[in-house]
Design a protein around this ligand. Sequence first.
Ligand code: F2R
Ligand code: MG
Length: 341
Amino acid sequence: MGSPFEGEAHIGRTHLSNYFNQILDPSIKVPFKPYTDDTAMTKQSAISLIENKSFNAQDMVKKFANEYFHNPKRGYGSAIGDIFFNLRRTNYADPYGPASMQFKGLGSYGNGAAMRVAPVALFAYHHCSDGDNHDVTPIVNLVTDASKVTHSNKLGYRGAILQALAIRLALLLDKDDFDTISFANELIQYMTQMEVGDDPDDPIDGGKSFVTKLELVKQYLNSTEEPHIEEIQNKLGVHVSALDSVPTAIYCFLAAQKPLESVPVDCKFHRCIHYAISLGGDTDTIASMAGAIIGAHMGDEVIPNQFLVHCEHSEDIRKIADDLYEASKPTKCERYSSKGS
Ligand code: F2R
Ligand code: MG
């Protein structure tokens, strides 16, 4: 739903409201919204987990690549295609190799691992918890492995971990007694541990911190006035890097828990998606990540049916979600359990 606006810096309020009014009007048969790389890769992550009943790096990258070669015109990041060509050329021998060589060995810090992480987070939550939902080690290990096949830069895979932890918390916490500040604080705690030992003077990524962004999220949530869109764009970010988009998606989810002056709609799910798109920039991806968090929190019954009517393959995706739930029923999960080997 966000893709028609991707890359726009300023989206008129009336223009966006008309867009949503059209989607919500059952008499208007606008063409469906084709899904972008976010959904393409999320779908393939889920299918790989379903078929293998566990994470299999080689299978997952093959599925990403096959989906990409089937239709490369889904707005993929400009560097990720090279990974798929290299993987295919080398017969997928080393699923982590091509990603680790990108950007002169620095790896991608794009939001591509975070935007597709929802099935991995849901699978780990259900499958690997060993009955202990307070232990985040299994989810962190699984997400790291599933991210590094394309995003080996620490900002890229940490962004995916943050998005996955947000999904996990959204699932865990009671929706009728939900405190947005506690949610942000918990994520700050996890990311603070992760950033221990980072060198603030590192010439490449020194000072680039998810904790700093999450502190800003908290500041906006505590403010009595809704922050200006320009403030969010400039300080939190609305770009294709994980650092400049994952905290923003989390903020969209949290801000939408209360009425928003800029998006006067009652339905929280609609408010969240609409607000995420209104920020401009990487609209498809930020709305997609915010949607994954609010979906985990509130369940699919809150998604307006008219949204689904216009989203390409929404019925297939519902079926994939049900299959993922079945496939993730706990068995034994030694690799990713903190109590495993
Ligand atoms: N790419 C886009 N949108 C651009 C416009 C698309 C247009 N609408 C169209 O139809 O063509 N969107 C998609 O990209 C984001 C996900 O990106 P992903 O998967 O992380 O890709 P990639 O290529 O790895 O990273 C994205 C860009 O970030 C910069 N970058 C990353 N790491 C870098 C590094 N270490 N050094 C320098 N630059 C780095 C590069 O410019 C990458 O191309 C989503 O928004 C998705 O929708
Ligand atoms: Mg995007």
